[in-house]
Write a protein that binds this ligand. Structure first.
Ligand code: GUN
Ligand code: FE
Length: 428
């Protein structure tokens, strides 16, 4: 049976369209109807009664590092460069395919349980296949990159430019656009402290040739900026702009320290920004000027940046975003709706899939999550504000990607999570 009909109290189509007490109809991977007046004219369908539930677009976590999750919970109180040098890079240097696989299982199952249906992952330099295998199995929509570094990094993680790129091309050929376009590769130079100019310019050529997105970190901490001034005479965004590599296929994580010139470069090049408020607090990086960037029309999405933050709950990042900027700049800074968009359609825009996902509309793919309404949601003044201000991962009962359940009755569909407990000791 290829059709599914869902009844719900609220169907949030987008931040400006909500259907109450309505039905959403799916055929194969697509939404074919949203109506308050379902007349039973569809033959051969499965019916799901989610009265007292909300159906909304699946969340999009636009910046994670799945392989880093084994470093979870170390309350290290170090800023970025120190944290990378002390914890992350030494761990990365010892990564095995088994550890990468278990890390991806831990990361991706937690994302599913948190309402994320699409993500962008910086895996390490090696073992990127493992992340793809796990995403393929679990049914998530994935953008997965192999981190590239060719200068100023640990010896066994640093590669020659041509090797980093040929590894990336092999992964593109193996995985890009696989499974009905659900699995995608993203070219991933780590940041300009560990990547030279040639690596950035050659990456752009591969992006153009194979039509693949690019992701990197920019202007996250003051330590980084000092290094860039010393080595390049300018900060990352001006540096990448001078190289001519920024365009609308670039996703820039962080952008905490932004000059007017940087903002103009992003407007001109149409590169997207990922905001990671939890990570920016935990590493004491700073407060990104997100309200300003949104007002300037820059596309800003949301990321958990695990393990610079310690969980994949994007509802938590949404709330951190709203609270952080309200405290920092006051009541006109941004609205819960702005944050809702960051967690959904803006993520889709940054990944060039906004014609397919990010809102629930006829003709789009059925990537959606279903949350049970409970006393902590009531009274409901505005269901969208409510999803940002009081919803949580524990409310999630089901998720679909491409019209298929990946989470149902509060359980991961394609993997028995109990198996993970015995694997976790292998990570340590
Ligand atoms: N900048 C370069 N590498 C990293 C990383 O692994 N995490 C974060 N948060 N920032 C980075
Ligand atoms: Fe990061």
């Amino acid at each position: 049976m290829s059709k599914k009909v869902f009844k719900a109290s609220y169907i949030i189509s987008s931040s400006d369209k909500v259907y109450e007490n309505s039905f959403i109809v799916i055929e194969n991977d697509k939404i074919i109807e949203i109506t308050s007046n379902f007349k039973n004219e569809f033959k051969d369908y499965d019916f799901y009664d989610y009265s007292n539930h909300v159906i909304m677009p699946g969340l999009i976590d636009s910046h994670i590092h799945s392989y880093q999750v084994a470093n979870r919970g170390k309350n290290v109180k170090k800023s970025l460069i120190d944290w990378l040098n002390t914890h992350i890079l030494p761990w990365e240097a010892k990564l095995t395919s088994r550890k990468a696989n278990i890390s991806a299982l831990l990361a991706y199952t937690e994302m599913i349980e948190s309402g994320t249906t699409t993500f962008a992952d910086f895996t390490s330099v090696n073992h990127t296949d493992e992340a793809f295998k796990v995403a393929e199995k679990l049914g998530l929509r994935a953008f997965i990159g192999k981190t590239m570094m060719n200068i100023n990094s640990p010896e066994n993680l640093q590669q020659l430019t041509k090797v980093a790129l040929s590894d990336s091309i092999a992964l593109i050929k193996k995985w890009h656009r696989k499974d009905n376009g659900r699995l995608n590769f993203a070219l991933t130079p780590r940041f300009d402290l560990t990547c030279d100019n040639e690596l950035f310019t050659e990456t752009l050529k591969i992006s153009d040739k194979y039509d693949v997105l690019m992701q990197t970190h920019t202007q996250e901490t003051k330590g980084e900026l000092d290094f860039e001034m010393e080595h390049y005479g300018k900060h990352a965004i001006a540096h990448l702009d001078e190289l001519g590599v920024l365009n609308d296929k670039y996703i820039l994580a962080h952008c905490v320290y932004m000059s007017d010139e940087d903002i103009n470069i992003l407007k001109k090049t149409k590169a997207s920004v990922v905001h990671n408020p939890g990570s920016n607090m935990l590493l004491n990086s700073g407060i990104a000027p997100i309200p300003l960037m949104l007002k300037e029309g820059i596309n800003v999405s949301l990321g958990s940046d695990v393990v610079a933050y310690h969980n994949f709950n994007l509802f938590e990042q949404a709330r951190l975003t709203y609270n952080m900027h309200t405290l920092n700049e006051g009541f006109t800074s941004l609205s819960p709706r702005d944050v809702f968009n960051m967690a959904t359609i803006n993520g889709a825009k940054s990944l060039h899939i906004d014609k397919e996902v990010g809102t629930l509309e006829i003709g789009k793919k059925a990537d959606m999550i279903i949350l049970k309404l409970d006393t902590h949601h009531y009274p409901i003044a505005d269901i969208i504000d409510n999803m940002i201000l009081s919803a949580n991962k524990n409310d999630l009962v089901a998720s679909l990607v491409d019209g298929k359940f990946i989470f149902k009755d509060r359980k991961i569909v394609n993997f028995d999570k109990k198996e993970l407990f015995s694997m976790i000791p292998e990570l340590i």
